[in-house]
Design a protein around this ligand. Structure first.
Ligand SMILES: Cc1ncc(COP(=O)(O)O)c(C=O)c1O
Length: 457
């Protein structure tokens, strides 16, 4: 018999209690957190969909690995194991361990960047953009046009616009820091990138002598979509698909907090020896010696094991299907969503949900606050709070889309947790017309969404 029900391919061995709160407690907590759920305590949250980053449940093998972690300063066994795991997967000769993805970004983009340099991506993730801009360089996003339309159905909405890429490679010849393909495209809705698109990006980069990097933190989830949707890929394993994608690139940046099931960690993998040597210098200055970066031996064990576990076909099937389960429920209720449903998260189109709230009053942040207040669900705005800037006249230059991301931690929540989230949206829809926006009352210069203070508009 072939079952319709996709079950979690694991049993629960230890549990972490959730503190259930009342709506009035949450109203007070939200006010105290200045309407920014990043400023809430985790104990104040019932279902935490803020991020899938570092929030995975580790397996029994990973916990066993934690116990055998070798904490030697130099040449640790655990480092050897992690290095081998990254090398076997990526085929890249030089592996630099870092404490998380953005540390690898700071090293490589700090080295390649600087005033006058240009970086091109399908969409830069917020920390990627921040590290590039912090170096003085410019970050340009060129997703395919359909990738900017939340409603459009397309199998590979994360693809890069390769016509625009060729144009930019000519226009900025001699000034390109790197071309970065983010798989899956987190900021663009968790949408996958096809192998054919990656091959064309690679071809163009080679033709123009430009470095091609993968931001590969969700490469296993991306591989699931390729096997499912791209012609000629059915017979390959998920790992083989990922390896084909790595083979096209000159280097890779990974936050191991995603598709390595680790609570902390990351790496930079490179083919070029001279570039790796320059980056290793920076690694030692800011992260730690080259055989641990910013990591404990136990973290490196967990990453080595996670990088293998993530390609388990039963896990990936459950993972993508369970994200789709939430998306399909919300779609059936009439919640406007980014379509099709991506790998690690469901993205709600807050601009379409709340047409009465102008972008200057952040419809996405309004939904984020509504979900917390109604049900203790924490999630994040991916719109003009995260990516808005100010023009010379001080007016908001809004982001392309006003999305709210419901990111699903790996192997953490069960179907009833997800049904609770879906049920909450019934009330969100009932209160839709009465929901009001917010204004920013305090913000830092970079990555303002993490710490900005808001007040009702
Ligand atoms: C696509 C992408 N790149 C880079 C990062 C940064 O990784 P980290 O949070 O480990 O610094 C993230 C984190 O969410 C991400 O989603």
């Amino acid at each position: 018999m072939r079952h319709r029900t996709i079950i979690e391919p694991f049993r629960i061995k230890s549990v972490e209690p959730i503190r259930l709160s009342t709506e009035s407690e949450r109203t007070a907590a939200l006010q105290a957190a200045h309407y920014n759920p990043f400023l809430l305590d985790s104990d104040q949250v019932i279902i935490d969909l803020l991020t899938d980053s570092g929030t995975s449940a580790m397996s029994v093998e990973q916990w066993a690995g934690v116990m055998v972690g070798d904490e030697a300063y130099a040449g640790s066994r655990s480092w050897k194991r992690m290095e081998r795991a990254v090398h076997d997967l990526t085929g890249m000769a030089h592996v630099l361990p870092t404490h998380q993805g953005r540390a690898a970004e700071r090293i490589i983009y700090g080295h390649l960047g600087g005033a006058g340099k240009v970086f091109i991506s399908n969409t830069h993730f917020d920390t990627t953009r921040a590290n590039i801009e912090f170096s003085g360089a410019t970050a340009l996003d060129i997703p395919i046009a359909v990738g900017r339309d939340p409603k459009a159905e397309h199998p590979f909405k994360g693809n890069m616009d390769t016509v625009a890429l060729e144009q930019l490679l000519r226009e900025h010849a001699g000034h390109i820091g790197a071309v970065i393909l983010t798989v899956t495209n987190n900021t663009g809705g968790g949408q996958p990138v096809s192998l054919a698109n990656a091959a064309e990006v690679s071809r163009l980069c080679r033709a123009h002598g430009v470095l091609f990097l993968l931001d590969c933190c969700r490469i296993a989830e991306n591989a699931w979509f390729i096997k499912d949707r791209e012609a000629g890929m059915e017979a390959l394993s998920y790992r083989e698909i990922a390896q084909r994608m790595f083979a096209l690139a000159d280097g890779a940046v990974m936050s191991a907090k995603k598709d390595a099931f680790a609570n902390m960690g990351g790496f930079l993998a490179l083919r070029d020896e001279a570039l790796a040597a320059a980056c290793t210098n920076l690694l030692i200055i800011t992260e730690g010696f080259s055989t641990y970066g910013g990591l404990s031996g136990r973290d490196m064990e967990a990453i080595a094991i996670g990088l293998v576990e993530i390609f388990d076909p039963h896990y990936l099937e459950y993972r993508i299907r369970s994200t789709t389960f939430l998306g399909d429920h919300l779609h059936a209720l009439g919640v406007p969503l980014m379509r099709p449903i991506g790998g690690h998260a469901v993205y709600v189109d807050a601009k379409a949900l709340y047409p009465q709230i102008p972008v200057t009053e952040y419809p996405g942040q309004a939904l984020v606050c509504e979900l917390y207040q109604l049900a203790g669900i924490r999630c994040v705005e991916i719109g003009s709070v995260m990516f808005g800037t100010y023009g010379a006249d001080g007016a908001l230059v809004p982001a392309a889309m006003e999305l709210v991301r419901l990111a699903i931690p790996r192997r953490v929540y069960t179907q009833s947790h997800i049904e609770y989230v879906a049920e909450t949206f019934e009330e969100v829809l009932r209160r839709r017309e009465a929901t009001r926006g917010l204004r920013i009352v305090k913000e830092p210069r970079f990555l303002r969404h993490f710490s900005a203070h808001f007040a009702p508009a």
